[in-house]
Design a protein around this ligand. Structure first.
Ligand SMILES: O=P(O)(O)OC[C@H]1O[C@H](OP(=O)(O)OP(=O)(O)O)[C@H](O)[C@@H]1O
Ligand SMILES: NC(=O)CC[C@H](N)C(=O)O
Ligand code: SF4
Ligand SMILES: [Mg+2]
Length: 454
């Protein structure tokens, strides 16, 4: 699956280099393209394909600019081209956006001269149309929130030296604010702020819009109904991030503890599937008393398989991503712990290799419920057809993965593990906290990329 993008912004000294460094710390949220925009009388944008280091040449960034925003992308709409990379800038505004606008195809019908098929360009046009009609940035963004459905955490830079940061009223995606010295910063995750030597001050609240300028910060609120993405806790976010006061690491540990308590496995060793499965496995081991062994090694230069833009690439990454420590596994009954199973690419590959390494039994326990429904709020499982659990029951999946036993957490257990009840669980339950009704129509948000059919 593909993860949610990452956004960052800074107002103050070294704004563009701080944004660049925060993007590197958010690389796990998007690995297709990256970019930085800053203000130096006009809006300048540098972006490219690939990881941050490759996409943006740090020596081209302005050392003087005091206003900057940036983005790492994994596409949920459109495709993986340079034109669709972010930030998207029209000369007066630059936008970096994490999420998906579920009704963007409808909004698109009202707009002219679009150059891409992304939801991002639709946001940019809608907001700049409101600005042209004389609305202020805050009014334009609040009006946008009234017509938009879906999940969005976004940052926006304008020519007046204002940076807006907006977390949608449902709070699907995280967004935090902090300080690095005297510079105000915004990032998708608290860990990115801390990574660059800053202090994460607080989450931007669901439905909260901040306008940052040299004069300080203004905050506006729109009516909210919170359903933060449970998948951020399960897989997406870094374990050293804290979202809405809940530590991602502690949530994953607890998911593992509940998995051990309610879904035990007759194993002699617990083997984490790196990377995101690791805290879950450590919780599982602690609760079950079964020792944890690092039987799988994740290659240092590997990418995240879920966030690759095609099935071919996802498979290739899953195949090349791991080494197997035979000495830790040989002759043992193994329980593999992963945070999630989406298409089954990772586990199908790994079960085979763990058996080849001499495991006598291979059990699998998963720190989330079966993913059975598409997401329209910023994570790329756009159609049911590609989701393993959408068409197979537990036994069929166990056969497909060739495991001795398989089990998942329930939705109730997942919410207990995270310690929040105000979570979105639509991809597990089919209950969508959206204004409109998209699921049954299986709208194709890939804009015809066509790799996955409902
Ligand atoms: O069932 P699948 O379709 O294979 O998808 C699920 C896998 O993808 C994710 O890992 P990913 O490789 O993206 O990143 P990670 O290294 O952070 O775990 C997730 O942690 C699972 O391991
Ligand atoms: N993962 C994301 O947040 C994607 C942002 C936006 N929908 C895009 O496709 O570029
Ligand atoms: S459907 Fe799943 S991935 Fe999408 S926002 Fe809800 S919990 Fe997150
Ligand atoms: Mg993984």
């Amino acid at each position: 699956m593909r993860e949610s993008c990452g956004v960052a912004a800074a107002v103050g000294l070294q704004a563009s280099t701080l944004v660049y460094r925060m993007l590197r710390a958010l690389q796990h949220r998007g690995q297709e393209s990256a970019g930085v925009s800053w203000l130096d009388g006009r809006i300048q944008t540098r972006k490219g394909l690939g990881l941050v280091d490759r996409a943006v040449n740090i020596s081209e960034l302005s050392a003087q600019a005091t206003h900057a925003i940036g983005h790492v992308r994994y596409s949920t709409t459109g495709s993986s081209t340079l034109e669709e990379a972010q930030p998207m800038d029209d000369g007066t505004l630059s936008l970096a956006f994490n999420g998906t606008i579920a009704n963007y195809m409808d909004l698109r019908k009202e707009l002219n001269n679009l150059l891409t098929i992304t939801d991002t360009e639709v946001i940019l046009k809608v907001v700049s149309n409101y600005l042209r009609q004389g609305y202020s940035v805050e009014e334009a963004l609040i009006k946008f929130s009234e017509v938009a459905d879906g999940g969005y955490s976004l940052v926006l830079l304008n020519l007046d030296g204002e940076v807006a940061a907006f977390r949608d009223p449902t709070g699907f995606r995280p967004l935090a604010m902090g300080m690095v010295g005297e510079t105000l910063v915004i990032a998708s995750e608290t860990s990115a702020i801390e990574q660059v030597g800053g202090t994460a001050i607080r989450d931007i609240q669901p439905g909260e819009l901040l306008i940052l300028s040299r004069e300080g910060v203004r905050s506006f609120r729109v009516r909210r109904e919170v359903h933060t993405c449970s998948f951020e806790y399960v897989y997406f976010a870094r374990p050293d991030s804290v979202i809405d006061g809940v530590s991602v690491y502690e949530a994953r540990r607890k998911l593992g503890e509940l998995l051990a308590a309610y879904h035990p496995a007759p194993a002699e060793v617990v083997v984490p599937v790196p990377d995101s499965g690791r805290p879950v496995a450590s919780g599982y081991s602690a609760r079950s008393g079964i020792p944890l062994v690092e039987g799988l090694v994740r290659l240092h230069n590997s990418l995240r398989s879920f966030i690759m833009p095609s099935q071919e690439l996802r498979n290739a990454v899953a195949l090349d991503k791991f080494g197997v420590v035979k000495e830790a596994i040989r002759g043992k009954k193994v329980v593999l712990i992963d945070d999630s199973v989406v298409r089954g690419n990772t586990l199908r590959t790994l079960v085979k290799r763990v058996r080849q390494a001499g495991a006598t039994e291979v059990h699998v326990r998963v720190g989330s419920p079966p993913v059975t429904f598409p997401c329209y709020m910023g994570v790329d499982f756009p159609t049911r057809g590609e989701l393993l659990a959408a068409s197979m029951d537990l036994n069929s999946i166990a056969n497909y993965l060739d495991v001795d036993s398989l089990d998942y957490l329930t939705i109730e257990e997942m919410m207990r593990g995270v310690g929040r009840r105000d979570l979105c669980h639509a991809c597990f339950s089919g209950i969508y906290p959206l204004k409109g009704f998209y699921p049954r129509t299986h709208v194709d948000l890939t804009g015809g990329r066509g790799e996955c059919q409902a």
